[in-house]
Write a protein that binds this ligand. Structure first.
Ligand SMILES: Cc1cc2nc3c(=O)[nH]c(=O)nc-3n(C[C@H](O)[C@H](O)[C@H](O)COP(=O)(O)OP(=O)(O)OC[C@H]3O[C@@H](n4cnc5c(N)ncnc54)[C@H](O)[C@@H]3O)c2cc1C
Length: 321
């Protein structure tokens, strides 16, 4: 079975990538002679000898070095899409770039993709891959029926890989990935003040019923400089961005005050607010679990009460100015 390794030589970890890939190939009985490697690199013709040290470590026989003047995923994807060497399997190292290329190339090649695997074997017409799931507590088995199959290998799959030196390697060079169609633009990232730094934070729950209510509450909160976050249903309904999720699956707050609107106080959520110094909750159900866990529990409609509350705070601000 033909397979292809995709290697990124734009970063310093190429030796590490090769050692891990080499170890993975031998552990999973992938024959060296069936393997191709496509290595994206930045060395111009005068500096091409810089590639010798990695050629020595190649765990496959056929190697193609592809020059590009800059690392842009689109350039690699455009190139790889045109290079059909009949491989049934493509392997990447499961780091940021490897996982991205693996998933995106699988779409372009209409193949199957699985990232961060720890082992792989072929059984008649399917690939059987294993990867850690549920925060690493369970080893999941995945059957992939169809070709090509694109996988990335968990980057901490084998910490103690030993070097696999090649006796002979067939090397070819290709400059066709050089593209003038893409321009890199660097925009300085301005660090936004994190919502977790604010003394007070507003957390919306499913009790707000819809996006319009969340928007209304957000507008009021904005006027009094309150950041807004949400419980899981709020985020899953796309009423708020995912990075605003509070709870075991998201952010654990330690703000001075958390105001909770229409949140029941399920354990998975409560873990995210219990470290706040004070909790105020507004809920129509006086028996909701959050009531007993709040310093102040208000029974009533949260949108109505919060709108009035924010008006009062705004007036107080103006009065003090
Ligand atoms: C593995 C796992 C991980 C999870 N991780 C998280 C997590 O990180 N964060 C998280 O939030 N959840 C998480 N959950 C889900 C969690 O268990 C709860 O389902 C979720 O927190 C409930 O969100 P809620 O309180 O907004 O909604 P609900 O539980 O439905 O509560 C809505 C509340 O709003 C009240 N209400 C209704 N109308 C109004 C109104 N007009 N005004 C005021 N109150 C009103 C209701 O009385 C009710 O108490 C996880 C679950 C699992 C299984």
């Amino acid at each position: 079975m033909k397979y292809t390794l995709i290697i990124n030589n734009f970063y310093d970890n190429v030796r590490e990538q090769l050692l891990k890939l080499g170890h993975f190939l031998s552990e999973n009985n992938l024959k060296r002679d069936d393997g191709y490697a496509i290595v994206f690199h930045k060395y111009s013709a005068e500096n091409i000898q810089a590639l010798d040290s990695i050629t020595e470590l190649m765990p496959v026989f056929h190697v193609r070095y592809v020059y590009s003047n800059q690392y842009v995923p689109e350039i690699c994807l455009d190139y790889l899409t045109t290079q059909d060497n009949g491989s049934s399997l493509y392997l990447f190292i499961g780091d940021i770039w490897g996982n991205e290329l693996c998933a995106r190339l699988s779409v372009r090649l209409k193949g199957l993709c699985i990232t961060d695997i720890t082992s792989l074997c072929r059984k008649s017409n399917l690939f059987l891959a294993k990867k850690k799931i549920c925060s690493g507590h369970i080893l999941g088995s995945f059957e992939l029926t169809g070709e090509p199959c694109l996988v990335s290998i968990n980057k901490s799959y084998d910490e103690a890989a030993s070097p696999s030196h090649s006796e002979s390697v067939e090397v070819s060079y290709d400059r066709t990935a050089l593209s003038t169609g893409y321009e890199l633009q660097f925009t300085p990232v301005v660090k936004e003040e994190s919502f977790t730094d604010s003394p007070c934070i507003l957390v919306c729950g499913l009790g707000l019923s819809n996006k319009e209510h969340v928007l209304a509450v957000e507008n009021c909160a904005d006027e009094i400089n309150l950041p807004v976050a949400g419980s899981r249903p709020c985020v899953m309904n796309a009423w708020l961005p995912v990075d605003r999720l509070i709870g075991v699956s998201g952010t654990i707050l330690k703000n001075n005050l958390a105001i909770l609107l229409g949140v029941s106080g399920a354990p998975a959520f409560y873990t995210g607010v219990e470290k706040c110094k004070h909790i105020i909750s507004i809920n129509t159900d006086k028996d909701a679990p959050i009531t007993k866990k709040s310093d102040l529990a208000i029974c009533g409609d949260c949108t109505e009460i919060f709108t009035k509350f924010s008006k009062l705070v705004k007036e107080e601000y103006q009065h003090n100015e």
